[in-house]
Write a protein that binds this ligand. Structure first.
Ligand SMILES: [Zn+2]
Length: 444
């Protein structure tokens, strides 16, 4: 064996949701080859690399289903605004003045460090220069579904749709066989990409098998505008033009009707719920209890750090469980276990990767997280899912393994340079402030 994670409480998230006390996980060639009690695994397997998980909890790596990873560099740049004002007055101008390939690399390394430290092993991204994001992600040993943005105005990496489509073509063929990276096409949203270009993105996905990452039905205003302009809600419109299928990963889906949810389920569209981002931008509350009741593939995401302001899945799990209880006036909805499922196996379904990740099962990729479970905030504990979702914090994550490779050991990052990441990010902060004040200077 290449590695044995030995002696912890293994929360498998397999079909029967098995929890193995004093369990072990054997890993070879990046995959899980055995899961069982310490005695069983010791009897059949040996390895030079033993990760001692005694007294700890071993979970499947967490899945961040939606983010814009380089936006870590805009963390806290503009808060407490509504989505349209936030986007058009702050984020789009700040991006226009600052986003370069180097910016994207620095922001990606920062986001990767933050995600590894909090036990995220897979993330789904949408941004510009996604080829550089893929490069940094693969180097850090992190798994990503990475979508190059297609949007109907000139952006940092591509000035026209033709350029963007050519970029995507090269990007997808370059990364499609990488074990960590699933390259994708990411038409930004139905209100920023024309029907023709949405259809072209779908055609590209049909031809190459690449997933489509997009935003759908994020705000009530988006739905109202769509009804006015197109005579249909965003979901109805996208369905009418043949855009939706089981390769689509839709972030938000805050405002679907019951009929639309049934349609999304029938078509196999993956959904990513971003509770903290939706709360911060007051976008609304997605009907997650209904999605869970109907067994839709819904995962959890942080969204970009500019609208959250961190990339911490533990907070999203905790928030998801509590937000829907409050909103539906029913403490029984979105249980701790369901919230944990959304960050693991159901999140894997949302990304259409449930055959590869999301649970600790023989044959799946060895994406494993060892969590300390003896801090004051976790003591005492009665129920494992309650302990994980309501009491565990990102700081309790101790060791992270992705594709059978250790990327953090005892809270030390092994594939990224912690010191230079912060220095680089702070240098960008100065540049970003200067770039924005340069714009307002003539008016002063
Ligand atoms: Zn987003």
């Amino acid at each position: 064996m290449d590695m044995i994670v030995r002696g912890g409480t293994v929360v498998t998230m397999d079909g029967p949701r098995r929890v193995v006390e004093n369990g072990s996980v054997a890993v070879k060639n990046g995959r899980i080859v055995a899961v069982g009690s310490v005695a069983e695994i010791d009897r059949s397997y040996g390895s030079r690399q033993i990760v001692n998980a005694t007294g700890k909890v071993v979970i499947p790596g967490l899945i961040n289903g939606h983010t814009h990873v380089p936006m870590t560099l805009f963390r806290g740049l503009a808060d407490d605004l509504d989505l349209q004002e936030w986007l058009t007055k702050y984020i789009f101008p700040a991006e226009a003045k600052n986003v370069t390939e180097e910016f994207v690399r620095v922001g990606t390394r920062l986001g990767l460090a933050e995600m590894i430290r909090s036990g995220t092993t897979t993330y789904c991204d949408m941004y510009y220069f996604e080829d550089a994001i893929a490069d940094e992600t693969a180097k850090a040993g992190v798994r990503g579904v990475l979508g190059e943005t297609v949007i109907d105005f000139p952006v940092a990496d591509n000035k026209t749709n033709a350029e963007a489509m050519a970029y995507v073509e090269k990007f997808v063929s370059k990364w499609k066989d990488n074990p960590l990276i699933t390259p994708a096409i990411a038409p930004h949203a139905p209100y920023t990409v024309s029907e023709e270009h949405l259809k072209a993105a779908r055609g590209f996905s049909d031809r190459t098998g690449a997933p489509i990452v997009t935003h759908i039905s994020e705000t009530k205003r988006e739905v109202d505008d769509s009804l006015k302009a197109k005579g249909a809600s965003p979901i109805d419109y996208l369905n009418r033009i043949g855009f939706l299928n089981d390769r689509v990963i839709a972030a938000h889906v805050v405002w679907p009707s019951a009929t639309e949810l049934a349609l999304l389920k029938k078509l196999g569209v993956g959904i990513v719920h971003n509770p903290q981002s939706n709360m911060k931008l007051a976008s609304g509350v997605a009907p997650v209890p209904r999605m869970l009741q109907d067994d839709l593939p819904v995962g959890l995401g942080t969204d970009g750090a500019a609208s959250n302001n961190d990339l911490n899945l533990w907070e999203e799990m905790d928030t998801a469980a509590k937000l829907h209880k409050l909103f539906s006036n029913d403490p029984r909805v979105v249980s701790a276990q369901e919230a944990f499922e959304m960050a693991t196996i159901r999140g894997a379904r949302a990304l259409h990767l449930e055959k590869e990740i999301g649970s600790i099962e023989v044959g799946k990729r060895a994406d494993l997280v060892v969590v300390d479970f003896d801090d004051f905030n976790q003591t005492p504990f009665y129920n494992i899912y309650s302990g994980l979702v309501y009491a565990t914090k990102a700081d309790d994550v101790r060791t992270v393994i992705i594709e059978g490779r250790m990327v953090m050991r005892d809270r030390r990052l092994l594939t990224l340079n912690e010191a230079t990441i912060k220095v680089d990010a702070r240098r960008y902060r100065e540049r970003i402030i200067r770039s924005l004040s340069a714009k307002t200077a003539p008016a002063d």
